[in-house]
Design a protein around this ligand. Structure first.
Ligand SMILES: Nc1ncnc2c1ncn2[C@@H]1O[C@H](COP(=O)(O)OP(=O)(O)OP(=O)(O)O)[C@@H](O)[C@H]1O
Length: 474
Protein backbone atom coordinates (compact mmCIF):
# COMPACT_ATOMS: atom_id res chain seq x y z
CA UNK A 1 0.00 0.00 0.00
CA UNK A 2 1.25 3.46 -0.95
CA UNK A 3 -0.12 5.47 1.90
CA UNK A 4 3.01 6.84 3.38
CA UNK A 5 3.73 10.25 2.01
CA UNK A 6 2.89 13.94 2.25
CA UNK A 7 1.61 15.08 5.60
CA UNK A 8 2.28 11.74 7.27
CA UNK A 9 5.77 12.85 8.29
CA UNK A 10 4.27 14.91 11.07
CA UNK A 11 2.01 12.28 12.48
CA UNK A 12 4.07 11.57 15.59
CA UNK A 13 3.59 15.18 16.62
CA UNK A 14 -0.12 14.92 15.90
CA UNK A 15 -0.30 11.73 17.92
CA UNK A 16 1.10 13.55 20.87
CA UNK A 17 -1.38 16.38 20.48
CA UNK A 18 -4.45 14.33 19.76
CA UNK A 19 -3.77 11.31 22.04
CA UNK A 20 -5.57 8.67 20.01
CA UNK A 21 -8.74 10.43 19.05
CA UNK A 22 -11.64 8.08 18.38
CA UNK A 23 -13.43 8.11 15.05
CA UNK A 24 -16.68 6.41 14.11
CA UNK A 25 -16.50 5.54 10.41
CA UNK A 26 -19.80 4.81 8.69
CA UNK A 27 -19.26 3.29 5.27
CA UNK A 28 -21.05 0.30 3.78
CA UNK A 29 -18.44 -0.44 1.11
CA UNK A 30 -16.41 -2.79 3.28
CA UNK A 31 -13.19 -2.78 1.32
CA UNK A 32 -13.25 1.00 1.03
CA UNK A 33 -14.00 1.29 4.75
CA UNK A 34 -11.09 -1.03 5.50
CA UNK A 35 -8.66 1.11 3.53
CA UNK A 36 -9.82 4.31 5.21
CA UNK A 37 -9.67 2.64 8.62
CA UNK A 38 -6.15 1.29 8.13
CA UNK A 39 -5.00 4.63 6.77
CA UNK A 40 -6.42 6.57 9.73
CA UNK A 41 -5.11 4.03 12.23
CA UNK A 42 -1.64 4.34 10.71
CA UNK A 43 -1.95 8.04 11.35
CA UNK A 44 -2.68 7.58 15.01
CA UNK A 45 -6.47 7.50 15.22
CA UNK A 46 -8.65 4.84 16.75
CA UNK A 47 -11.34 3.88 14.25
CA UNK A 48 -14.57 1.99 14.79
CA UNK A 49 -16.19 0.98 11.51
CA UNK A 50 -19.91 0.70 11.05
CA UNK A 51 -21.88 -0.30 7.94
CA UNK A 52 -25.38 0.99 8.53
CA UNK A 53 -27.20 4.05 9.78
CA UNK A 54 -28.95 1.97 12.42
CA UNK A 55 -25.66 0.53 13.66
CA UNK A 56 -24.08 3.98 13.73
CA UNK A 57 -26.92 5.44 15.78
CA UNK A 58 -26.54 2.64 18.33
CA UNK A 59 -22.76 2.99 18.39
CA UNK A 60 -22.74 6.77 18.90
CA UNK A 61 -24.88 6.33 22.02
CA UNK A 62 -22.37 3.92 23.52
CA UNK A 63 -19.38 6.20 23.89
CA UNK A 64 -18.29 9.79 23.32
CA UNK A 65 -16.52 9.65 19.95
CA UNK A 66 -14.27 12.56 19.01
CA UNK A 67 -15.36 12.55 15.39
CA UNK A 68 -17.64 10.75 12.96
CA UNK A 69 -17.09 10.26 9.25
CA UNK A 70 -20.10 9.11 7.30
CA UNK A 71 -20.76 8.26 3.71
CA UNK A 72 -23.84 10.01 2.33
CA UNK A 73 -25.43 6.91 0.84
CA UNK A 74 -25.99 4.15 3.39
CA UNK A 75 -27.96 0.93 2.94
CA UNK A 76 -30.70 1.96 5.37
CA UNK A 77 -30.64 5.75 5.11
CA UNK A 78 -28.34 8.67 4.51
CA UNK A 79 -25.41 10.32 6.24
CA UNK A 80 -27.61 13.37 6.53
CA UNK A 81 -29.96 11.52 8.90
CA UNK A 82 -26.95 10.62 11.02
CA UNK A 83 -25.86 14.26 11.01
CA UNK A 84 -29.32 15.38 12.08
CA UNK A 85 -29.28 12.87 14.94
CA UNK A 86 -25.87 14.10 16.10
CA UNK A 87 -26.97 17.72 15.95
CA UNK A 88 -29.85 16.98 18.26
CA UNK A 89 -28.19 14.56 20.63
CA UNK A 90 -24.44 15.02 20.61
CA UNK A 91 -23.69 18.39 18.97
CA UNK A 92 -20.13 18.34 20.29
CA UNK A 93 -19.13 15.55 17.88
CA UNK A 94 -17.95 16.95 14.54
CA UNK A 95 -19.29 15.03 11.55
CA UNK A 96 -17.55 14.80 8.19
CA UNK A 97 -19.78 13.83 5.31
CA UNK A 98 -18.40 11.94 2.30
CA UNK A 99 -20.23 12.69 -0.93
CA UNK A 100 -19.72 12.36 -4.63
CA UNK A 101 -18.78 15.64 -6.19
CA UNK A 102 -22.03 15.52 -8.15
CA UNK A 103 -23.79 15.71 -4.78
CA UNK A 104 -22.19 19.05 -3.98
CA UNK A 105 -25.57 20.52 -3.14
CA UNK A 106 -26.05 17.80 -0.58
CA UNK A 107 -22.66 18.68 0.82
CA UNK A 108 -23.60 22.33 1.02
CA UNK A 109 -26.84 21.38 2.75
CA UNK A 110 -24.86 19.23 5.17
CA UNK A 111 -22.77 22.26 6.14
CA UNK A 112 -25.97 24.15 6.83
CA UNK A 113 -27.09 21.28 9.03
CA UNK A 114 -23.89 21.57 10.99
CA UNK A 115 -21.45 19.18 9.33
CA UNK A 116 -17.91 20.13 10.27
CA UNK A 117 -16.77 19.51 6.71
CA UNK A 118 -17.49 17.52 3.62
CA UNK A 119 -15.08 15.65 1.42
CA UNK A 120 -15.76 14.41 -2.02
CA UNK A 121 -15.01 11.08 -3.64
CA UNK A 122 -12.54 10.02 -4.88
CA UNK A 123 -10.91 10.75 -1.56
CA UNK A 124 -7.33 11.91 -1.51
CA UNK A 125 -5.53 10.59 1.61
CA UNK A 126 -3.80 13.88 2.43
CA UNK A 127 -7.06 15.74 2.08
CA UNK A 128 -8.82 13.24 4.33
CA UNK A 129 -6.13 13.58 6.97
CA UNK A 130 -6.18 17.35 6.79
CA UNK A 131 -9.96 17.47 7.11
CA UNK A 132 -9.95 15.07 10.05
CA UNK A 133 -7.29 17.07 11.86
CA UNK A 134 -9.01 20.37 11.17
CA UNK A 135 -12.37 19.06 12.35
CA UNK A 136 -10.81 17.80 15.55
CA UNK A 137 -9.52 21.26 16.36
CA UNK A 138 -12.96 22.93 16.17
CA UNK A 139 -13.46 23.98 19.80
CA UNK A 140 -17.19 23.51 20.12
CA UNK A 141 -19.62 22.95 17.34
CA UNK A 142 -22.29 25.42 18.33
CA UNK A 143 -19.84 28.14 19.16
CA UNK A 144 -17.40 28.86 16.41
CA UNK A 145 -13.83 30.00 17.05
CA UNK A 146 -13.97 33.70 17.71
CA UNK A 147 -10.95 35.95 17.91
CA UNK A 148 -11.63 38.79 20.32
CA UNK A 149 -9.61 41.47 18.69
CA UNK A 150 -7.66 42.19 15.53
CA UNK A 151 -9.14 42.14 12.06
CA UNK A 152 -10.17 38.97 10.31
CA UNK A 153 -7.07 37.80 8.44
CA UNK A 154 -7.39 37.91 4.70
CA UNK A 155 -10.81 39.51 4.41
CA UNK A 156 -11.45 40.00 0.74
CA UNK A 157 -13.46 43.02 -0.40
CA UNK A 158 -13.37 42.84 -4.23
CA UNK A 159 -13.65 45.43 -6.95
CA UNK A 160 -16.96 44.55 -8.58
CA UNK A 161 -19.74 47.09 -8.29
CA UNK A 162 -21.75 44.89 -5.96
CA UNK A 163 -18.77 44.11 -3.76
CA UNK A 164 -17.91 47.79 -3.39
CA UNK A 165 -21.48 48.65 -2.58
CA UNK A 166 -21.59 45.89 0.06
CA UNK A 167 -18.37 47.15 1.63
CA UNK A 168 -19.79 50.66 1.67
CA UNK A 169 -22.90 49.47 3.50
CA UNK A 170 -20.78 47.53 5.99
CA UNK A 171 -18.79 50.68 6.75
CA UNK A 172 -21.96 52.69 7.20
CA UNK A 173 -23.76 50.32 9.53
CA UNK A 174 -20.73 49.12 11.52
CA UNK A 175 -20.32 52.13 13.88
CA UNK A 176 -24.04 52.19 14.74
CA UNK A 177 -25.58 49.78 17.22
CA UNK A 178 -28.25 48.63 14.76
CA UNK A 179 -29.12 44.95 14.52
CA UNK A 180 -28.11 43.59 11.14
CA UNK A 181 -29.57 40.70 9.18
CA UNK A 182 -27.14 39.21 6.67
CA UNK A 183 -28.83 37.28 3.88
CA UNK A 184 -27.20 35.00 1.36
CA UNK A 185 -26.60 31.50 0.08
CA UNK A 186 -24.43 29.10 2.01
CA UNK A 187 -20.72 29.82 1.79
CA UNK A 188 -21.08 33.38 0.48
CA UNK A 189 -19.30 34.81 3.52
CA UNK A 190 -22.12 35.86 5.85
CA UNK A 191 -20.06 35.12 8.93
CA UNK A 192 -17.06 36.91 7.49
CA UNK A 193 -19.23 39.96 6.78
CA UNK A 194 -20.52 39.87 10.34
CA UNK A 195 -17.01 39.74 11.77
CA UNK A 196 -16.10 42.62 9.48
CA UNK A 197 -18.96 44.70 10.91
CA UNK A 198 -17.77 43.89 14.42
CA UNK A 199 -14.17 44.80 13.59
CA UNK A 200 -15.27 48.14 12.18
CA UNK A 201 -17.56 48.88 15.10
CA UNK A 202 -16.97 50.63 18.41
CA UNK A 203 -17.29 47.20 20.01
CA UNK A 204 -14.23 45.86 18.26
CA UNK A 205 -12.32 45.40 21.50
CA UNK A 206 -15.17 43.36 22.94
CA UNK A 207 -15.90 39.73 22.12
CA UNK A 208 -17.37 38.44 18.86
CA UNK A 209 -19.33 35.32 19.71
CA UNK A 210 -20.57 33.25 16.78
CA UNK A 211 -23.34 30.77 17.43
CA UNK A 212 -24.56 28.25 14.90
CA UNK A 213 -28.27 28.10 15.72
CA UNK A 214 -28.65 25.21 13.27
CA UNK A 215 -26.43 23.10 15.50
CA UNK A 216 -28.23 23.93 18.76
CA UNK A 217 -30.37 21.07 19.99
CA UNK A 218 -33.93 22.29 20.61
CA UNK A 219 -33.80 21.08 24.21
CA UNK A 220 -30.60 22.88 25.05
CA UNK A 221 -30.87 26.00 22.87
CA UNK A 222 -32.16 28.23 25.68
CA UNK A 223 -29.45 27.08 28.06
CA UNK A 224 -26.76 27.55 25.39
CA UNK A 225 -27.92 31.10 24.63
CA UNK A 226 -28.90 32.34 28.07
CA UNK A 227 -27.08 29.95 30.42
CA UNK A 228 -28.57 27.93 33.24
CA UNK A 229 -28.31 27.62 36.98
CA UNK A 230 -27.11 24.49 38.68
CA UNK A 231 -29.89 21.92 39.02
CA UNK A 232 -32.19 23.62 36.47
CA UNK A 233 -32.63 20.29 34.69
CA UNK A 234 -31.11 16.82 34.71
CA UNK A 235 -27.54 17.26 33.58
CA UNK A 236 -27.24 20.88 34.76
CA UNK A 237 -24.53 19.96 37.23
CA UNK A 238 -23.06 23.46 37.33
CA UNK A 239 -23.99 27.06 36.59
CA UNK A 240 -23.46 27.82 32.91
CA UNK A 241 -22.77 31.15 31.23
CA UNK A 242 -24.69 31.45 27.98
CA UNK A 243 -23.51 32.97 24.69
CA UNK A 244 -25.39 36.20 25.44
CA UNK A 245 -23.38 36.88 28.57
CA UNK A 246 -20.18 35.76 26.84
CA UNK A 247 -20.80 38.40 24.18
CA UNK A 248 -21.37 41.20 26.69
CA UNK A 249 -20.05 44.52 25.34
CA UNK A 250 -19.40 42.87 22.02
CA UNK A 251 -21.32 41.27 19.17
CA UNK A 252 -23.41 38.11 19.14
CA UNK A 253 -23.58 36.51 15.70
CA UNK A 254 -26.55 34.19 15.32
CA UNK A 255 -26.04 32.07 12.22
CA UNK A 256 -29.03 30.26 10.71
CA UNK A 257 -31.35 32.10 13.07
CA UNK A 258 -34.41 30.62 11.34
CA UNK A 259 -33.67 27.35 13.10
CA UNK A 260 -34.55 28.60 16.58
CA UNK A 261 -37.76 27.28 18.10
CA UNK A 262 -40.66 29.61 18.65
CA UNK A 263 -40.10 29.51 22.40
CA UNK A 264 -36.45 30.47 22.14
CA UNK A 265 -37.39 33.20 19.65
CA UNK A 266 -39.60 34.68 22.35
CA UNK A 267 -36.76 34.71 24.89
CA UNK A 268 -34.45 36.19 22.27
CA UNK A 269 -36.88 39.00 21.55
CA UNK A 270 -37.07 39.84 25.22
CA UNK A 271 -33.28 39.79 25.54
CA UNK A 272 -32.91 42.19 22.62
CA UNK A 273 -35.70 44.54 23.65
CA UNK A 274 -35.08 44.70 27.36
CA UNK A 275 -31.33 44.06 27.24
CA UNK A 276 -31.85 41.55 30.00
CA UNK A 277 -31.67 37.80 30.10
CA UNK A 278 -32.74 35.23 32.61
CA UNK A 279 -30.84 31.96 32.92
CA UNK A 280 -32.80 28.74 32.61
CA UNK A 281 -33.93 27.88 36.13
CA UNK A 282 -32.83 31.28 37.43
CA UNK A 283 -35.00 33.84 39.20
CA UNK A 284 -33.20 37.08 38.52
CA UNK A 285 -32.49 39.10 35.41
CA UNK A 286 -28.97 39.83 34.23
CA UNK A 287 -28.30 42.98 32.19
CA UNK A 288 -26.46 42.49 28.94
CA UNK A 289 -25.10 44.93 26.38
CA UNK A 290 -24.91 43.00 23.13
CA UNK A 291 -25.23 43.90 19.47
CA UNK A 292 -27.00 41.28 17.40
CA UNK A 293 -26.02 40.29 13.89
CA UNK A 294 -28.06 37.44 12.46
CA UNK A 295 -27.67 35.48 9.27
CA UNK A 296 -29.88 33.21 7.27
CA UNK A 297 -30.04 31.64 3.86
CA UNK A 298 -33.77 31.18 3.90
CA UNK A 299 -36.43 33.72 3.15
CA UNK A 300 -37.09 34.78 6.73
CA UNK A 301 -39.71 37.32 5.71
CA UNK A 302 -41.74 34.52 4.13
CA UNK A 303 -41.21 32.30 7.16
CA UNK A 304 -42.35 35.18 9.36
CA UNK A 305 -45.46 35.74 7.26
CA UNK A 306 -46.27 32.05 7.41
CA UNK A 307 -45.93 32.11 11.16
CA UNK A 308 -43.00 29.83 11.98
CA UNK A 309 -40.71 32.79 12.64
CA UNK A 310 -41.99 35.56 14.91
CA UNK A 311 -42.69 38.70 12.92
CA UNK A 312 -41.83 40.99 15.85
CA UNK A 313 -38.43 39.31 16.17
CA UNK A 314 -37.90 39.49 12.42
CA UNK A 315 -38.38 43.28 12.44
CA UNK A 316 -36.24 43.64 15.55
CA UNK A 317 -33.22 41.83 14.07
CA UNK A 318 -33.75 43.34 10.64
CA UNK A 319 -33.01 46.98 11.36
CA UNK A 320 -30.54 46.81 8.51
CA UNK A 321 -30.19 44.14 5.83
CA UNK A 322 -27.07 43.15 3.93
CA UNK A 323 -26.89 40.72 1.08
CA UNK A 324 -23.86 38.48 0.63
CA UNK A 325 -23.14 37.99 -3.06
CA UNK A 326 -23.12 34.55 -4.71
CA UNK A 327 -19.78 33.87 -6.35
CA UNK A 328 -21.35 33.39 -9.78
CA UNK A 329 -22.63 36.97 -9.60
CA UNK A 330 -19.22 38.49 -8.91
CA UNK A 331 -17.09 36.87 -11.59
CA UNK A 332 -15.02 40.06 -11.98
CA UNK A 333 -13.65 39.31 -8.52
CA UNK A 334 -12.74 35.71 -9.23
CA UNK A 335 -9.08 36.14 -10.17
CA UNK A 336 -8.31 38.16 -7.05
CA UNK A 337 -10.17 35.75 -4.78
CA UNK A 338 -8.25 32.88 -6.33
CA UNK A 339 -4.98 34.61 -5.59
CA UNK A 340 -5.97 35.20 -1.99
CA UNK A 341 -7.05 31.58 -1.46
CA UNK A 342 -3.90 30.38 -3.20
CA UNK A 343 -1.72 32.40 -0.84
CA UNK A 344 -3.73 31.22 2.17
CA UNK A 345 -3.52 27.57 1.11
CA UNK A 346 0.22 27.82 0.43
CA UNK A 347 0.86 29.25 3.83
CA UNK A 348 -1.47 26.80 5.59
CA UNK A 349 0.01 23.74 3.89
CA UNK A 350 3.60 24.95 3.57
CA UNK A 351 3.53 24.68 -0.24
CA UNK A 352 4.85 26.94 -2.98
CA UNK A 353 2.25 26.87 -5.71
CA UNK A 354 2.66 29.92 -7.93
CA UNK A 355 -0.58 30.08 -9.91
CA UNK A 356 -2.94 28.17 -12.17
CA UNK A 357 -2.96 27.33 -15.82
CA UNK A 358 -5.20 29.31 -18.18
CA UNK A 359 -7.26 26.18 -18.65
CA UNK A 360 -7.92 25.92 -14.90
CA UNK A 361 -8.84 29.55 -14.78
CA UNK A 362 -11.29 29.08 -17.67
CA UNK A 363 -12.87 26.12 -15.90
CA UNK A 364 -13.23 28.13 -12.70
CA UNK A 365 -14.84 30.95 -14.64
CA UNK A 366 -17.44 28.70 -16.21
CA UNK A 367 -18.34 26.73 -13.12
CA UNK A 368 -21.42 27.96 -11.18
CA UNK A 369 -19.93 27.45 -7.68
CA UNK A 370 -23.08 26.40 -5.81
CA UNK A 371 -21.05 26.24 -2.58
CA UNK A 372 -19.69 29.74 -3.21
CA UNK A 373 -16.51 30.97 -1.50
CA UNK A 374 -16.34 27.97 0.78
CA UNK A 375 -16.37 25.58 -2.16
CA UNK A 376 -13.78 27.63 -4.02
CA UNK A 377 -11.55 27.67 -0.97
CA UNK A 378 -11.84 23.89 -0.56
CA UNK A 379 -11.09 23.30 -4.22
CA UNK A 380 -8.06 25.59 -4.01
CA UNK A 381 -6.76 23.95 -0.88
CA UNK A 382 -7.04 20.53 -2.45
CA UNK A 383 -5.37 21.76 -5.64
CA UNK A 384 -2.47 23.27 -3.69
CA UNK A 385 -2.10 20.08 -1.68
CA UNK A 386 -1.91 17.95 -4.80
CA UNK A 387 0.27 20.34 -6.78
CA UNK A 388 2.89 21.15 -4.13
CA UNK A 389 4.82 23.64 -6.22
CA UNK A 390 4.56 25.26 -9.64
CA UNK A 391 1.29 25.81 -11.43
CA UNK A 392 -2.05 24.16 -10.69
CA UNK A 393 -3.10 22.11 -13.68
CA UNK A 394 -6.41 20.50 -14.54
CA UNK A 395 -5.31 17.21 -12.96
CA UNK A 396 -5.40 18.79 -9.52
CA UNK A 397 -9.00 19.95 -9.59
CA UNK A 398 -12.09 17.76 -9.15
CA UNK A 399 -13.17 16.22 -12.43
CA UNK A 400 -16.73 17.44 -11.96
CA UNK A 401 -15.52 20.98 -12.50
CA UNK A 402 -14.11 19.99 -15.85
CA UNK A 403 -17.25 18.68 -17.48
CA UNK A 404 -15.74 18.08 -20.95
CA UNK A 405 -12.98 15.84 -19.58
CA UNK A 406 -13.55 12.17 -18.86
CA UNK A 407 -13.37 11.80 -15.09
CA UNK A 408 -10.59 9.18 -15.06
CA UNK A 409 -8.18 11.62 -16.68
CA UNK A 410 -7.96 13.03 -13.23
CA UNK A 411 -6.21 10.10 -11.63
CA UNK A 412 -3.08 8.11 -12.17
CA UNK A 413 -3.62 4.74 -13.86
CA UNK A 414 -3.12 1.76 -11.55
CA UNK A 415 0.34 0.35 -11.83
CA UNK A 416 1.87 3.63 -12.94
CA UNK A 417 4.38 4.98 -10.47
CA UNK A 418 2.77 8.10 -8.99
CA UNK A 419 4.72 11.12 -7.83
CA UNK A 420 3.95 12.69 -4.47
CA UNK A 421 2.19 15.60 -6.13
CA UNK A 422 0.04 13.57 -8.51
CA UNK A 423 -3.62 12.88 -7.91
CA UNK A 424 -3.28 9.46 -6.30
CA UNK A 425 -6.58 8.84 -4.64
CA UNK A 426 -7.88 6.43 -2.09
CA UNK A 427 -9.93 5.02 -4.94
CA UNK A 428 -6.69 4.03 -6.69
CA UNK A 429 -5.48 2.37 -3.55
CA UNK A 430 -8.83 0.76 -3.00
CA UNK A 431 -8.71 -0.71 -6.49
CA UNK A 432 -5.19 -1.94 -6.01
CA UNK A 433 -6.22 -3.68 -2.79
CA UNK A 434 -9.38 -5.04 -4.29
CA UNK A 435 -7.44 -6.52 -7.19
CA UNK A 436 -5.06 -8.21 -4.77
CA UNK A 437 -7.90 -9.52 -2.63
CA UNK A 438 -9.72 -11.00 -5.63
CA UNK A 439 -6.54 -12.58 -6.93
CA UNK A 440 -5.68 -14.15 -3.57
CA UNK A 441 -9.21 -15.47 -3.11
CA UNK A 442 -9.25 -16.96 -6.61
CA UNK A 443 -5.97 -18.70 -5.94
CA UNK A 444 -7.20 -20.00 -2.58
CA UNK A 445 -10.30 -21.59 -4.15
CA UNK A 446 -8.39 -22.83 -7.20
CA UNK A 447 -10.10 -20.37 -9.44
CA UNK A 448 -13.60 -21.62 -8.69
CA UNK A 449 -15.45 -18.37 -9.40
CA UNK A 450 -18.68 -19.29 -7.63
CA UNK A 451 -16.78 -20.05 -4.45
CA UNK A 452 -14.65 -16.95 -4.82
CA UNK A 453 -17.76 -14.81 -5.32
CA UNK A 454 -19.29 -16.36 -2.20
CA UNK A 455 -16.20 -15.69 -0.10
CA UNK A 456 -15.90 -12.17 -1.42
CA UNK A 457 -19.63 -11.56 -0.76
CA UNK A 458 -20.29 -10.37 -4.28
CA UNK A 459 -22.41 -11.92 -7.03
CA UNK A 460 -20.76 -13.82 -9.86
CA UNK A 461 -21.57 -11.12 -12.39
CA UNK A 462 -19.78 -8.49 -10.33
CA UNK A 463 -16.81 -10.79 -9.86
CA UNK A 464 -16.56 -11.42 -13.62
CA UNK A 465 -16.75 -7.68 -14.28
CA UNK A 466 -13.98 -7.02 -11.78
CA UNK A 467 -11.79 -9.83 -13.16
CA UNK A 468 -12.09 -8.19 -16.53
CA UNK A 469 -11.59 -4.65 -15.17
CA UNK A 470 -8.39 -5.61 -13.38
CA UNK A 471 -7.15 -7.77 -16.25
CA UNK A 472 -6.64 -10.67 -13.81
CA UNK A 473 -6.51 -13.38 -16.46
CA UNK A 474 -5.10 -11.33 -19.29
N1 LIG B 1 -14.72 38.19 2.36
C1 LIG B 1 -14.03 37.04 2.44
N2 LIG B 1 -12.70 37.05 2.32
C2 LIG B 1 -11.99 35.91 2.38
N3 LIG B 1 -12.55 34.69 2.57
C3 LIG B 1 -13.87 34.64 2.70
C4 LIG B 1 -14.69 35.80 2.65
N4 LIG B 1 -15.96 35.43 2.82
C5 LIG B 1 -15.95 34.10 2.98
N5 LIG B 1 -14.71 33.61 2.89
C6 LIG B 1 -14.31 32.18 2.96
O1 LIG B 1 -15.44 31.38 2.70
C7 LIG B 1 -15.71 30.52 3.83
C8 LIG B 1 -17.20 30.57 4.10
O2 LIG B 1 -17.52 31.82 4.67
P1 LIG B 1 -18.63 31.99 5.79
O3 LIG B 1 -18.56 30.91 6.79
O4 LIG B 1 -18.55 33.39 6.28
O5 LIG B 1 -19.91 31.77 4.88
P2 LIG B 1 -21.43 31.71 5.33
O6 LIG B 1 -22.22 32.41 4.30
O7 LIG B 1 -21.56 32.20 6.74
O8 LIG B 1 -21.70 30.15 5.26
P3 LIG B 1 -22.95 29.32 5.89
O9 LIG B 1 -24.20 29.84 5.25
O10 LIG B 1 -22.68 27.92 5.45
O11 LIG B 1 -22.90 29.51 7.37
C9 LIG B 1 -14.90 31.08 4.98
O12 LIG B 1 -14.36 30.05 5.75
C10 LIG B 1 -13.80 31.84 4.33
O13 LIG B 1 -12.72 30.99 4.16
Amino acid sequence: MILNYGLNINFDIFNLIFKMKSILLIEDDLTYAKIIRIFLEKNGFEVTPCETLKGALLEIQKRPYDLAITDYRLPDGTGMEFLEYCNKNCPQIPVILITNYSDIRTAVRSMKLGAAEYITKPINPDELLLTVRESLTIPEKTQKASPKTGSEPGYFVGKSQRALSLENQISQVAPTDMSVLVLGESGTGKEFISRRIHEKSLRKNGPFVAVDCGALSPDLAASELFGHVKGAFTGAVDNKTGHFEAANQGTLFLDEIGNLSYEVQMKLLRAIQERKIRKVGGNKDVSVDVRIIAATNENLRDTATKGSFREDLFYRINEFTLEAIPLRERREDLREILELFLAQSNSFLGKTVTGFSDEVYRIFENYPWPGNLRELKNVMRRAVLLTGHGVVSVQAIPSELTAPLPSDENTVPIGQNPTASSAVTLRDQFEEQERELILRTLEAVRHNKSQAAKQLKMDRKTLYAKIEKYGIYS
